[in-house]
Design a protein around this ligand. Structure first.
Ligand SMILES: Cc1cc2nc3c(=O)[nH]c(=O)nc-3n(C[C@H](O)[C@H](O)[C@H](O)COP(=O)(O)OP(=O)(O)OC[C@H]3O[C@@H](n4cnc5c(N)ncnc54)[C@H](O)[C@@H]3O)c2cc1C
Length: 352
């Protein structure tokens, strides 16, 4: 019998970060992941954008999330020996006088001053894209190489003998008062970090994990790489290897997680109208974001089976939400520190 403190099911960014904080606290983990190529964490751009939306609003809890994200990714960079966190401003295209006025009003608000600039330089974008009416700048933003993080952490777990590649068999799980058994593994607790597939989980499948489909392109483009991310209705994100991540679509109604001709046309047409230099599409990918009805993560232990827990629902913002809430989940598991109600999955459980 193989013994471990925690079994973690799913090794996207949620399972990876939770494993990191548990291991950092000296606990043992065994991670079970199916190696699925269309996992959200393998398709995401990893943008951390503190000010978003049509009304240029600060992302929920961003003042707390950002320092946690920065220090966690820096720590993982030195532990894994790979570059993960790139500070990169976002150049946001504005399209009218109205948008310009709204932006300038935000810039004057003291709560927004650390994050916004009124007159950013478009730099190389002025040579390779159609000009916008005007630009706003977003500071404190970043791009995290999430696919590399997941890959490098998986290699570390493999070397430690702490990774099993398989689809978790729910029927093989047994639980007792003080732990669980899965095949030949005994553990104190099991945590489900399954992303959008968590909708099928027999113990947490009642939660409103709706899912949102996103499609992206990877392109190559002539010229020198810009040092900023461009948000011009879609995002253009310069990647470390020299290509560009273009995305994304957002669809709440979908049949599957496969790339579609409609998604590709949408992104490609937008690019053709925006980019003024030749480009070549290298890849077209799709994945399901693990979105929740109220756009907050899902954390905590099962009310009837306290050996079973969930860390999911990172939605469209796994890169910024992940580190702070993975630490909170680890604090619950190790110190019994309560989970704040707004992210406790029991908010959807009327009997609790
Ligand atoms: C197109 C797109 C663009 C995005 N861009 C950004 C961005 O710029 N910034 C940002 O912050 N977020 C972005 N996101 C969102 C981000 O990707 C998610 O918030 C995050 O990746 C979710 O991570 P996760 O670990 O919960 O799920 P996942 O990445 O889906 O990982 C779950 C893992 O568990 C495995 N698994 C599930 N069930 C089982 C089982 N029963 N047995 C074994 N294995 C199992 C899955 O196969 C998978 O490997 C984007 C998402 C998409 C789709």
């Amino acid at each position: 019998m193989n013994k471990t403190d925690f079994i973690i099911v799913g090794q996207g960014i949620a399972g990876t970060l939770l494993a990191h904080f548990l291991q950092k606290a000296g606990r043992s983990v065994l991670v079970i992941d199916d190696g699925y190529e269309r996992a959200s964490s393998k398709v995401a751009a990893g943008i951390i954008n503190p000010v978003t939306g049509r009304h240029y609003v600060k992302s929920w809890m961003i003042d707390e999330l950002l320092p946690a994200a920065r220090s966690t990714y820096r720590e993982l960079e030195s532990e894994l020996g790979v570059p993960l966190y790139r500070e990169m401003n976002v150049l946001r295209a504005l399209f009218s006088h109205g948008e310009e006025n709204d932006w300038l009003a935000r810039c004057a608000d003291p709560a927004y001053q650390p994050y916004l600039t009124a007159n950013p330089e478009p730099g190389i974008y002025s040579a390779v894209t159609e000009p916008a009416f005007r630009y706003g700048g977003i500071r404190e933003s970043a791009q995290v190489n999430v696919p590399l993080l997941v890959r490098a952490y998986r290699q570390k777990l493999e070397l430690e003998g702490a990774l099993i590649q398989e689809v978790f068999d729910y029927a093989a799980l047994e639980w007792f008062e003080d732990g669980v058994r899965y095949k030949a593994i005994e553990a104190g607790k099991i945590l489900f970090c399954e992303g959008a597939k968590g909708a099928q989980n027999p113990w947490f499948g009642h939660l409103p994990l709706q899912g949102n489909k996103g499609e992206v392109l990877h392109i190559q483009m002539a010229g020198q790489a810009p040092g900023q991310i461009l948000k011009h209705r879609i995002f253009i994100v310069p990647l470390p290897a020299g290509d560009y991540w273009i995305g994304s679509t957002s669809d709440n109604r979908f049949e599957d997680d496969l790339p579609t001709a409609k998604g590709r046309d949408y992104l490609e047409n937008h690019l053709r109208n925006l980019v003024t230099v030749p480009f070549e599409i290298r890849e077209h990918r799709a994945a399901l974001r693990p979105t929740v009805k109220d756009r907050r993560p899902l954390l905590g232990m099962h009310p009837e089976y306290p050996q079973l827990g969930i860390f999911n629902g990172l939605g469209t913002k796994g890169t910024s939400l992940g580190p702070y809430w993975a630490q909170a989940m680890a604090d619950l598991l190790i110190q019994g520190r309560p989970i704040p109600v707004q992210v406790d999955h029991c908010r959807f459980n009327p009997d609790v």
